[in-house]
Design a protein around this ligand. Sequence first.
Ligand code: SAH
Length: 258
Amino acid sequence: MSGRLAVVGLGPGNDRYLTPEAAAALADAHALYGYGPYLDRVPARAGQSRHPSDNREEAARAADALRHAAQGVNVAVASGGDPGVFAMAAAICEQIAIGPETWRALDVVFIPGITAMLAVAARIGAPLGHDFCALSLSDNLKPWPLIERRLDAAAQAGFALALYNPVSRARPWQFASALERLRRHLPPATPVIFGRAVGRPDERVAVTVLENAANEPADMATLVIVGTRETRVIERPGRSPLVYTPRAVPPALAEASA
Ligand code: SAH
């Protein structure tokens, strides 16, 4: 009996962002694994067992799910947003790489979801309209000096930045320090977007500029997008502004930032 393991992206918020493929994989599963609040978003189905776990237990959760699938069970691991972006897909691969040979024989599928940066960007225009990169500010899994080097390199190279995991209770000072770092490379008026709980009832999206960004509230449910030298804000009467990064970089600007 060979089991199946689906690593499923739930999207950032409610069902509106759940793809039909992800919904089908969740409905088909006989056992569901995931961070508790994510599992709460999956409709209950008779005969399906649920195995919620804590946020920080990704490796153990991945191993438990693989062990269960190896017993011939159809297992789904639910992940917020896209499972390949700072989430469970890599945790599953890491366990397969070090786990028993039988795990390599499993039918493992990865089902994409809408990641937070795309949902936030879509709320406000096209801040990621040209080259961009995504960074996690969490130093749980990598040292802070490496994060600083990556912030420097990305800002110097002219990428717009999508910053995941800006703040948590265990990491109170890192976000302000990251903004301070970016101010060395980018003009004070660079647009910065704070998207909180996008796709959920308590969603809040705010636009500010780099020099004021440290005053904006940010928490674990916030994704921050920092624009480039080219990123523009279009004010609109009676409507929220549009923020966009044009698709072209003028040759003069490209030389100036080289
Ligand atoms: N796999 C997820 C990211 C997991 S890391 C994805 O693809 O979106 C967790 C971080 O994602 C949070 O700290 C926050 O920065 C961001 N995030 C997740 N859901 C969000 C949402 N609904 N609104 C804004 N940011 C969100």
